[in-house]
Design a protein around this ligand. Structure first.
Ligand code: FMN
Length: 401
């Protein structure tokens, strides 16, 4: 996607400018031709020579020192896409008002190519009404805003304002180049590897019949799609139809054993595992090759336990952050017990016998349990909203401070 594409990298004056060097390297590695343009303040944080060494061309720093008569229009017309990373509050304000008093802003105004902006600043500056107004203006103008994340900031502070990682900016640039409509994206799961299981397993009785359950896979699909849209690398192991149009790696399985094998062979590699599938607890033994026939009399079907996928992960030495699901009917006491006994970080319990909750519905009413038995009951919500809150909760748990 980036091979041979001409990218203008704009760098403005914030501490995150050092990440612009990584970004330039990523773009060059992906085969892009990169030319950088810097504000005067950016030079306080990142040496122009560093960008020159990575991109093979000296960055444009001023209107007046260049060989080209008009560096901003030359660059703007040359670009297939432009990205500004980091974008300071000042640069965002100038962009929003078209105040072209430096060569970076002039280039951004002179280009008709898609523009991606990665803000970076202290929380107070990001949350300031003026900055938020300016960001809204940029979005309305068709600019793609990527981030910022919530996390560690310069000076030891923590909060929203941290620039997203270069990988997330590359992903946003690829989207912009592919003609995706501009939209703001908070990629707070960028860099996370995630595994989600979904759907109800089917345990064969004979070659045509199975023991199944009513799970549709909608909850797991929503969790996988939400993670992917927030920048995570997602593997979805599913016994149901996967979500359409989401950037997730799908592994299709049918039985509990297949789901266990697919999960266990991949889980050592992930940061978070969310087991939302409804996995059969029992399976028929001795399934033959031929269909059971009425004429052969009443069959006796013996059953045996299936593998406990959750317990297998909980017992791992370096296990990922682990979220289990418990579908209960009536009381959620079983879910609370599972949360404290199964070695999970979080357990999502729901009463599937309640209207609008559980299998095959578009909504869910869940209670979140921690391993110490504390609980948080959420109201009836759409499954995508449950997924969004669940990821917020996981990030809260995992982010120090
Ligand atoms: C140490 C230091 C760090 C700074 N970091 C940021 C920052 O992360 N984000 C920001 O918006 N401004 C930051 N500033 C303020 C900008 O450098 C200042 O607003 C400057 O005018 C931005 O100009 P530019 O957008 O043309 O590069 C910082 C200033 C200093 C002294």
């Amino acid at each position: 996607m980036l091979a041979g594409r001409r990218i203008v990298l704009g760098v403005s004056g914030g501490v995150a400018a050092y990440k612009a060097a990584y970004l330039a390297r990523r773009l060059v590695e992906a085969g892009a031709v990169v030319r950088a343009v810097m504000t005067q303040s950016a030079g306080q944080f990142l040496g122009a020579q560093t960008l020159a060494a990575i991109t093979g061309e000296h960055p444009v720093e001023d209107f007046w020192d260049e060989v080209e008569v008009s560096p901003h229009t030359d660059l703007g017309q040359w670009a297939d896409a432009m990205v500004i990373a980091p974008a300071t509050a000042a640069t965002i304000a100038k962009l929003a008002t078209g105040l072209s008093d430096n060569v970076l802003i002039a280039t951004a105004l002179a280009t008709e190519a898609p523009l991606v902006v990665a803000p970076a600043m202290h929380t107070e500056m990001w949350e300031n009404a003026a900055t938020q107004r300016n960001v809204e203006t940029l979005l309305a103008d068709g600019v793609m805003i990527v981030g910022p994340l919530s996390g560690a900031l310069a000076g030891g502070d923590t909060g929203p304002g941290r620039m997203v990682e270069p990988e997330a900016i590359v992903a946003a640039l690829e989207e912009a180049l592919a003609g995706a409509p501009a939209r703001a994206r908070v990629l707070d799961l960028a860099g996370y590897k995630v595994l989600v299981t979904a759907g109800g397993t089917r345990e064969p009785i004979d070659p045509v019949r199975f023991i199944g359950n009513r799970s549709s896979g909608k909850m797991g699909n929503a969790i996988a799609a939400e993670a992917a849209s927030r920048g995570a690398q997602v593997t979805l192991i599913t016994a149901a139809a996967p979500p359409s149009g989401s950037a997730v790696d799908v592994v299709s399985v049918e039985t509990a054993q297949q789901m266990a094998d697919a999960t266990w062979s991949r889980v050592a590699d992930v940061d978070v595992a969310i087991l939302a599938a409804a996995v059969a607890d029992f399976r028929p033994t001795g399934v033959g090759d031929s269909k059971l026939r009425r004429g052969d009399g009443l069959p006796v079907i013996d059953i045996e336990p299936t593998p406990d996928i959750l317990a297998g992960i909980a017992a791992m030495e370096n296990r990922p952050y682990l979220v289990g699901f418990a579908a209960e009917t009536g009381s959620l006491e079983g879910a609370r017990r599972k949360a404290t006994e199964k070695g999970v970080d979080l357990l999502v319990g729901n009463d599937v016998s309640r209207a609008g909750s559980g299998f095959a519905t578009d909504t869910n009413e869940v209670t979140i349990y921690t391993s110490s038995g504390e609980s948080d009951s959420w109201p009836l919500l759409s499954k995508p909203e449950v997924a969004r809150r669940l990821w917020d909760r996981i990030l809260e748990d995992r982010t120090p401070g």
